[in-house]
Design a protein around this ligand. Structure first.
Ligand code: NDP
Length: 283
């Protein structure tokens, strides 16, 4: 008999109302015929410890963490994966026996999407941003053997911090402050917008970067999942660059989390369609 108890996973955040992950993961549960539930739960910073202890007591199989819990959750876990340790943030928790293990699938999701197009080893990369997403992507690019990473960030201090973190893991690290318009140098293989510029509803905001020197050559990626076709990617495509959108990254990070929780490989097409529908419904 199948029984009436479901396995549980949840995303904890505040705000979390607009988080579309439930639509993506529950569609994949259904497609895989798993009687699991994915809950979207608002948790204030002061309640995070209680929430994680509650999830532990109730036998949750996993968690996602979003704003503002990705760093704060670390002290409530038993151990972290090597990448999450280096990044200093956790967006995915996996229960293994009695242990809660912190993972970071943001950067790994980006890398999985990137690897479908090009091999990251030796790549000369320009990364815009030095926040959580940029940090996760930079660390994974470094671990994958990128040849050079240039961090370009508005706040010089945050940029320097990320540069220092990467120092011993990449052959060459450069840090630039984003002032006016940053000219991506010739010879760059990969340009990533890892800032929040262009996220719905400010879809017309411009990423202050010139691709003139890398037109037709660089792969240009954006972390913004909504809308997937950002102004930045449209402009990159218009100058002949291949593009990689943030929806693909979001699906890949979800796919990695799903496989870690369930041991089952999900249907990525089902996940992508569910996300597109969720975003369309939110406009
Ligand atoms: P953070 O707040 O940690 O970092 C934001 C970054 O954007 C900082 O580097 C900040 O610079 C920069 N920034 C914001 N506004 C501007 C601006 N007007 N001009 C220049 N720089 C700016 O956010 P996260 O890193 O967590 O998230 C960033 C984006 O990544 C979000 O839009 C999120 O949706 C997306 N994301 C996508 C994922 C996916 O799977 N597709 C996964 C995770 C995140 P400064 O340091 O100077 O403030």
């Amino acid at each position: 008999m199948a029984g009436f108890r479901q396995e549980l996973v949840a995303v904890l955040g505040k705000p979390v109302e607009e988080n579309p992950t439930q639509a993506m993961i529950e569609a994949a549960f259904a497609a895989a015929r798993l009687d699991w539930r994915y809950l979207t739960i608002e948790v204030a910073p002061a309640g995070l410890g209680h929430a994680v202890r509650g999830a532990r007591a109730m036998g949750f199989r996993g968690l996602n963490l979003t704003i503002p819990h990705k760093v704060a959750v670390v002290e409530h876990l038993d151990r972290l994966s090597p990448a999450a340790t280096l990044i200093g943030a956790v967006n995915c928790v996996v229960r293994g026996g009695d242990e809660l293990v912190g993972e970071n699938t943001d950067g790994a999701g980006f890398l999985a999407a990137l690897r479908r197009r090009r091999e990251p080893a030796g790549m000369r990369c320009v990364l815009l941003g030095a926040g959580g997403a940029a940090r996760a992507i930079a660390v994974e690019l470094a671990l994958a053997g990128a040849g050079r990473i240039t961090v370009v960030n508005r706040s010089a201090e945050r940029g320097r911090e990320l540069g220092a973190l990467l120092g011993e893991h990449v052959a060459e690290v450069r840090v630039e402050q984003l002032g006016g318009r940053y000219l991506v140098p010739a010879g760059t293989d990969l340009v990533v917008n890892a800032t929040s510029i262009g996220l719905y509803p400010t879809v017309d905001a411009e990423v202050p970067v010139s691709l003139d020197e890398v037109a037709g050559r660089a792969l240009v990626a954006d972390v913004i999942p909504n809308p997937p076709e950002t102004r930045f990617l449209r402009e990159a495509a218009a100058v002949g660059c291949e593009t990689l959108d943030g929806l693909e990254m979001l699906v890949e990070q979800g796919r990695i989390g799903f496989a870690l929780w369930t041991g089952v490989e999900p249907d990525a097409g089902v996940m992508r369609d569910a996300l597109r529908r969720a975003f369309a419904a939110s406009y």
